[in-house]
Design a binder for this molecule. Structure first.
Ligand code: FAD
Length: 493
């Protein structure tokens, strides 16, 4: 049995949550290992809706253009009536891009492609996934966590300071810690399958028998290839034949004129829908992220997105604490992310009820742009009551640099650092991990007070994950120092 004592963080599970955390830690120079018990990458299209807020996160991680290149806008939905007629509907009302919200609409990206882009980014940053390595035991021996793993090379122990359970809905780590996972089984079972077929055009998302849970079936064309994602509710019990012949028989049974021929089934799964939320996200130095912490029906297209954003919330905090920031910073992960998941469970189950009656339409709330952390202990209680508040997502803005050139705010925020936007000239001494951007006639940005809504003399701190940490007026220099001491490693100037 070998032992590796030198890893700061062990991430278990290389799905969307584990990969996002690994990319974020890699760019921050944290040492970690990322293991997955699968022999190789997951191949299914499962979570295929990437919401605008996640696109902003992906922009910061340097992959948004690659994600867009392997995806597409959502196709129009073609809803067929029993008489064979149809009507075309846009599931999402068309939302244009704006300066403040650069990604108006979600993109359709099969999950295996999103994960492939994240894996490539991880490799660029010097990391990799260790496949075929499963976690089989966890012990916190007081001096750190000892994780037992098993794979082709036999059993090993890995000693780490922090262990991350990104190991999906059936999380081994959540069970090993005896963290309760209350909620309910929703009485809906469904199949999802990636199939090649003849007989349907690829320009729309075909939906048959909407509102009839016993006969509903839909075929969504996945971008860049021949594959459709089939989704359909099925009976709660019984075996499901997911072979080519089995899927063909299933389709024939539900369609009036069996004109569709199945050529291949690339991946298929039958699953029961649940809505559950872990009672705790943290036990000592062990954290749960993604589906390990919350599961819900796919109706809102929220699961993968929420999982990515869990990891994005935790990444900068782990890196800061490993570099010497106060350990209490890590408590804010559960404080901030658990309420988000609780609300999302309600959203997804509400949409499921509507889908049962064939009238599901996704609104602004699924895009996740209005989520934030106003009640968090990291949201500084500001005197500046007008406009954006601490805890809110910082909107993007198109500004003008000191040389007169166009500048996007998100270009300045991109990267692992904190940002201070300072109206007028800031006398803040330079310190590691904080970029100061002065705004005004003699500043680095010539304009901005209008677009950014800065008060006279305001200093605004933006967190590494793009949320406003605090708004400070000109006379609150000590408050800034105290705030930064909570979130950054100590610094002596
Ligand atoms: C039909 C369907 C449609 C969906 N549509 C959407 C959508 O449109 N938008 C959206 O946001 N979400 C959607 N989702 C949800 C989305 O797929 C999940 O929320 C997402 O995969 C969660 O990511 P994760 O990384 O937390 O977990 P997972 O993707 O489940 O990854 C967990 C990983 O951990 C590994 N693992 C498990 N146990 C161990 C162990 N002991 N040791 C080592 N490795 C281990 C597994 O092999 C796996 O690779 C959909 C889901 C379904 C089923």
């Amino acid at each position: 049995m070998q032992s590796d004592p030198n890893v700061d963080v062990l991430i278990v599970g290389a799905g969307a949550a584990g990969l996002t955390l690994a990319v974020d830690l890699a760019r921050r120079g944290v040492t970690f290992r990322l293991i997955d018990r699968l022999d190789g990458p997951f191949q299914g299209s499962r979570g295929k809706g990437i919401q605008p807020r996640t696109l902003e996160v992906f922009e910061d991680l340097g992959i948004v253009d690659r994600i867009a290149a392997v995806g597409s806008p959502y196709p129009t939905q073609r809803v067929y009536g029993i008489d064979g007629g149809f009507k075309d509907v846009q599931e999402f009302s068309n939302v244009p891009m704006t300066d403040a919200e650069p990604y108006g609409m979600p993109l359709l990206v099969p999950q295996f492609r999103t994960e492939a882009v994240l894996r490539d980014r991880l490799v660029e940053l010097g990391g990799r996934v260790e496949y075929g390595v499963g976690l089989v035991s966890v012990v916190d021996d007081g001096g750190g966590i000892v994780a037992g793993v098993a794979g082709l090379e036999g059993r090993q122990t890995i000693r780490c300071q922090y262990l991350i359970g990104a190991d999906g809905g059936r999380s081994f780590i959540r069970r090993a810690l005896a963290v309760e996972f209350p909620g309910k089984t929703l009485g809906v079972r469904a199949i999802v399958a990636d199939i090649e077929i003849d007989g349907l055009g690829r320009d729309v998302w075909h939906r048959f028998n909407e509102g009839d849970m016993a006969r509903q079936i839909s075929f969504c064309p996945l971008p860049h290839g021949d594959v459709f994602q089939l989704q359909a509710p099925i009976a709660l019990d019984g075996d499901v034949d997911l072979s080519v012949a089995g899927v063909q028989a299933f389709i024939d049974e539900r369609l009036p004129t069996p004109a569709i021929r199945v050529r291949a089934v690339h991946w298929a799964s039958a699953y029961a829908m649940n809505a559950r939320l872990a009672e705790r996200y943290r036990v000592g130095n062990i954290f749960l992220v993604g589906d390990a912490a919350h599961i819900h029906p796919p109706t809102g297209g929220q699961g993968l997105n929420t999982s990515v954003q869990d990891a994005y919330n935790l990444g900068w905090k782990l890196a800061a604490v490993l570099a010497g920031a106060p350990e209490t910073l890590l408590d804010t992960y559960e404080e901030e992310r658990r309420p988000i998941a609780a609300a999302m469970l309600g959203l997804a189950t509400g949409l499921l009820d509507k889908a049962k009656h064939g009238d599901m339409r996704r609104g602004r709330d699924v895009r996740q742009l209005d989520l934030g952390y106003r009640g968090s202990s990291l949201a500084f209680r500001t005197k500046l009551a007008d406009g954006i508040q601490p805890g809110d997502r910082m909107p993007d803005a198109v500004l003008q640099g000191a040389a007169g050139q166009p500048r996007r705010l998100y270009d300045l925020l991109a990267g692992p650092h904190w940002t201070m936007l300072a109206a007028g000239n800031a006398d803040e001494p330079a310190r590691p991990g904080l970029n100061v951007v002065t705004i005004g006639r003699e500043g680095q940005l010539l304009n901005g007070n209008g677009q950014l809504g800065l008060a006279t003399g305001e200093r605004r701190l933006i967190r590494p994950d793009g949320y406003v940490g605090g708004r400070f007026s000109a006379d609150e220099t000590d408050a800034i120092t105290r705030y930064l001491a909570q979130v950054l490693p100590p610094h002596r100037s």
